[in-house]
Design a protein around this ligand. Sequence first.
Ligand code: B4P
Length: 318
Amino acid sequence: MLPENVADLISKKYEEAVNNGHLCFTESTTKKLKDANSGMNYVVSYAPSLASKPERGDQPDKNPFAEPEPELTVVENVADGEYKLLLNKFPIVPEHTLLVTNTFKDQKSPLSPLDLMTAYNLLLKLDDEDENKRHMMIYNSGPSSGSSQDHKHLQTLRLPQNFVTLQDRICAGKSHFLPDFKTEPLQDDKVSFAHFVLPLPESEEDVNEDLLAMCYVSLVQRAFTFFQDWAGEKPELANSRGYNVLMTKNWICVVPRSSTRAKSLQIGFNATGYAGLILVKTQEAYDQILQLPHKIDEALLECGFPNSAGKKQTEYNY
Ligand code: B4P
């Protein structure tokens, strides 16, 4: 499925691509912050040079994944030719990879059991407890989710060392379960935005395509309920149906999205924002965040939906 030494292959290809100029790594200043109100940990990456980068790269009409650059291609055929494993051409963290479908599939299409399983297997191969390395898969689906490319791609990036995400915190000590009409997914009532989380089984042997698909479908269903609920007030939300998926070896999370950018701080978020990884491109936003970290939580709500912790799905379902 994936080569045993995929972590080494990524490192080697990354080093070559940086050295031969095929990959444009952007340096950033990073700062760890904690919001005392929400308890959320943040790593804020300030990268002013990205402010002038065009949103869809220098060739906005071209699909970069139709014929990916060989210099960025780590594995040509993953899962019987279903995907390619590529290096992200414009990363802010090293060795950021993309699992891209070989034939065109829409980024708005749901994740398939194979998408989820392949991503999970990649996480297993990249995480290294001895070296304290953890990774997260993200899927930005729909225009309000922060995605800029329409060809289906799942991203995998390393989490900052010793970083505890919102999802880690609420899953701590919890066993895997599937939600039903009595049990809702986990949601931390201290943060302002809606997010639905399920712990994954501790043992990787208990994880398979069916289990991941059931988790994903049950979480996405809750996100879609939000769109229905807001259809009267904001019909454009019902049509855009944007959401983020975040997954580590330990949990899977879905966040319904209402917009890409927060007007308050003038910053955009993709899935990483909802794990507490915040990319900032202007000095103004950076200064405001350093002064008042709670502004991030407000901005995340602006781009999401209100937290529904404690409510049963039937209570916010029409
Ligand atoms: P999308 O899902 O469509 O968009 P995105 O990751 O939100 O990045 P975007 O392009 O909007 O850039 P942004 O300024 O927000 O993913 C498309 C991916 O394909 C991108 O990662 C892009 O770099 C990559 N890509 C485009 N052309 C390519 C090509 N020819 N070959 C290979 N890959 C190509 O963010 C700038 C960068 O920082 C992005 O890489 C983004 O993923 C990353 N990033 C954003 N927030 C981050 C955070 N908090 N922590 C770490 N990294 C973060």
